[in-house]
Structures are given as structure tokens and as C-alpha cells.
Write a protein that binds this ligand. Sequence first.
Ligand SMILES: Cc1cc2nc3c(=O)[nH]c(=O)nc-3n(C[C@H](O)[C@H](O)[C@H](O)COP(=O)(O)OP(=O)(O)OC[C@H]3O[C@@H](n4cnc5c(N)ncnc54)[C@H](O)[C@@H]3O)c2cc1C
Length: 429
Amino acid sequence: MEVGSLWEAITPSPPKCAKLTGTIAADVVVVGAGYLGLSSALHAAEAGLDVVVLESQQPGFGASGRNTGFVVPSLKTSLGPSEVVAVLGADHAGRLLKLVAESGKAVFDLIRRHEIDCDAVQNGWLQPAHSRAAEATLHGRMPRLVNAGVDAEWLDRDAMLKRTGLPSLHGGIRVASGGQITPLAYAHGLARAAISAGVRLFGDSPVKSIDPDGQGWRLLTTGGEVRARRVLMATNALVGNLLPELRASIIPARVFQIATQPLPKDFRVSLLPDLAPVADTRRHTFALRWSPDGRLVTGGMVPPLPGRMALARRLFANRLRRIVPDLPQIRVDYSWTGIIAGTLDFLPRMMRIKPGIDAVIGCNGRGVALTTALGREIGPWLAGQVADADLTLPLTAPRPIPFSRISGLGPHFILPVWEARDAFEARFR
Ligand SMILES: Cc1cc2nc3c(=O)[nH]c(=O)nc-3n(C[C@H](O)[C@H](O)[C@H](O)COP(=O)(O)OP(=O)(O)OC[C@H]3O[C@@H](n4cnc5c(N)ncnc54)[C@H](O)[C@@H]3O)c2cc1C
């Protein structure tokens, strides 16, 4: 048994990004080299800006190198089109739903355009229901999803079973433009593309402070400093104490992942035969995919107890045994963890922290496609080619989450309630 990330084990070395030393200037500084920072930086450089990215470790160190690699052109399950309209109003909701609908295509187009080698498979993303009631809700959403431009197709229970090999699940949605990637390889590829576009990307350069500097800002790292008029915070849940108002605006939720040993080929053809990843409608989602080397990858949240990694290995291997029929003997070869930035309404935020300092945060575990697509808009926006009023998300002031210091514990305490409701619904509704 090995503890560590499967993605690190199978992804070739990153482009090594040197530490910042001395003083430099740029039009824009992006803090954080995950998908959001890298996609924004790449598109800003393509829009003609001089861009510096500062990353405290190396590109893909955060959630972008640790996620499950599902390319999901959809928001959280609880957010159908009507719920998004209720929170954002018709105008911004329409824009967000359109951006989400196009986000799968945005990822795979970018991969093709920059020849990113990340085991990309665009064979759809599957969302079966875990209960009859959830199936009815999903089915009811179909017309509005299709209206919003999502290439969603309804699969009845038999059709879904053919696609998944999971008989306990019901009918649900297939979004053809979704798929899967190897997460860390995608982050490295975006970093290479950004560097080729002229972005100066520094690793091992944590930003320690951001202070006013004439018309702009001065960012101090452990080795040097950058002066720029605009700053984009793309730190996601790893923001630390750099900007307390940003930290206070999210709920950081720790998520665990496991990968089994490579499984026999004859078994692999019976489960997710198209390599389309599956995530059901449970509150504690059951998510499953094949890795490029034939392992099952799954995960979720774990109660806040000592020895959580060992517990995660046990819990998620047992969940696999319960849900996947005829599963051969499995062994957990890899286990790792990362942090999701959540919000109370499960919607992402675009925030103006101070004049010239903006942040995008809160992709709620749906950030692979969403951050890529947002970055495609943020680049030209930083270059003044998109007006504030035309942005997909409203540019708002930070909104602190009540009890933000301990809010990260919330999802873990609510976990048993979610699981009990999921199990009840799967059985009786
Ligand atoms: C276990 C797990 C599974 C997930 N599965 C999926 C999935 O299958 N599909 C999906 O769509 N989404 C998934 N997500 C969510 C998705 O990974 C994220 O939404 C997305 O990666 C966020 O990208 P980002 O660029 O905003 O943040 P990150 O990738 O977290 O990047 C933030 C970066 O900022 C850097 N940083 C922070 N502070 C500083 C500082 N002071 N100075 C310099 N650098 C700094 C960090 O080191 C980090 O590299 C998952 C998340 C996790 C944790």
C-alpha cells in the first residue's frame, strides 16, 4: 500500500518554475498556479498583457493537481437552472448557465489547441440518480438544461446501466461534452502553454503581503517582489491569512481520494466501458472513474477523526464493494487529499477585494471545467476587452461566511446526516 497521489506517480515532471528573486514589474500578477490562475494568465497574455504568476509551490500543487479529473459541464446537483436564477437573477444566471454549458468544450478545445498530453477522453459525463425521486427531479430539469445550451441527453435506467455497469443506480443525464483528464498533467500542460504565451511563472514563491504602491500594488514573496496595477487572486481554498476577507468568504472542505491496483481487462469492459466518469446525485456523491492505467479512482469526505487517511481507504474501498457488482479483490494502492472551496449557495464568486485586487473562488468541487472557462473570460477582461458589466459572474464585495474560522468543520459534521438521507432515499424513494 502506498500513500500518495496517483496523479503524481503517473504524471511526468512539471516545467520547473524558478523562484522569484529581485524586483520586477508586470501589467497583472496572478497569485496561484492552479487551473484558474493558469487559464486566466494564458488568456490574459494572449490578450496582450505582460503577466506574472506567483505560485507558493509548483503549478498544480493545489486542488488542480489532486482532483478526480472529471470534466463536468454542470453545477452542483442541487443547482438546477431555476435555483441559479433564484440566487443570481435571470441575467447573470443565464450567463453562468451558458458558460457552464460550454465549459466542457472549453477544456477539450484548449487541450487540443495547446497539444496538452493529459489522457483526455471526451466521452461524456454521467449523472445517474440514486433514487426514484432524484430521477424525477433530474428528468424535470432536462428541458431547461437543454434550453440553456447543455448537450444533455436523458438515459433511462437500462440505458444508464449499459453506460455504467452499476445496477443500483437509476436513470439520469449524460452530458456529451464532458469527460475526464489526468488532473496534474492538465495543470502542467496549462503551465507550459502559459509560459509559451509569454507568462512569467515563478514557483516556490509564496506571496507574503500585498501593499499599495502608487496606482497599483506591490506583492512581496520570500525571494523578491512584483509591482503591478492589477492583481488576480487565484488561491482557491489555500489562501491562508494573506487576505482575511477572501479566506472568510469560503468553506474549505477536505476531500479524500483513493486508487485501487490496476484491475483485469475483462472486468474493465463491464464497468464504465466508454471511460465516461460517473457521479450520482447523492449529497455525499458516489463518483467513479478509470485511471489511464486501469485503476478505479473514487473518494469523498471523511469524518474529522484521527487517522483519516486510513479511514478514507477503508470507507471508500467498502463503498466500492457495496456499489460495484462482481468487483474483484481490490487493494488501495494510492490515497491522497485536497481541499475544495465551498460556498453556502454552492455558486462561485467573483469578488473585488480592493480596487485593483480581484478574486475568483468557490467552484464547489466543479472547478476543472468551470475555472478553465472562467479564465477564458478573465484574460480579456483584465486586458480591458470585456466590461465589468458584461462579466458572467457579478463582481461583488467579499461576503464573510458566519463562523468562517471553523466553517471547514461544517461539511464533516453534516456528513452523517447527508449519508443517512442518501441511504433512506435510495431505499424508499
Ligand atoms: C479531491 C478533490 C477532487 C475534486 N474533483 C473534481 C472533479 O472531478 N471535477 C471538477 O470539476 N472539480 C473537482 N474538484 C475541484 C477542482 O479541483 C477545483 O475547483 C479547481 O482545481 C480549483 O482550481 P484553482 O486554480 O481555483 O485552485 P487550486 O488548484 O487550489 O490552486 C490554488 C493555488 O494557489 C496557490 N497559492 C495559495 N496561496 C498562495 C500564495 N500566498 N502565494 C502563491 N501561491 C499561492 C496554491 O499553492 C495553489 O497551487 C476537486 C477538488 C478536490 C480537492
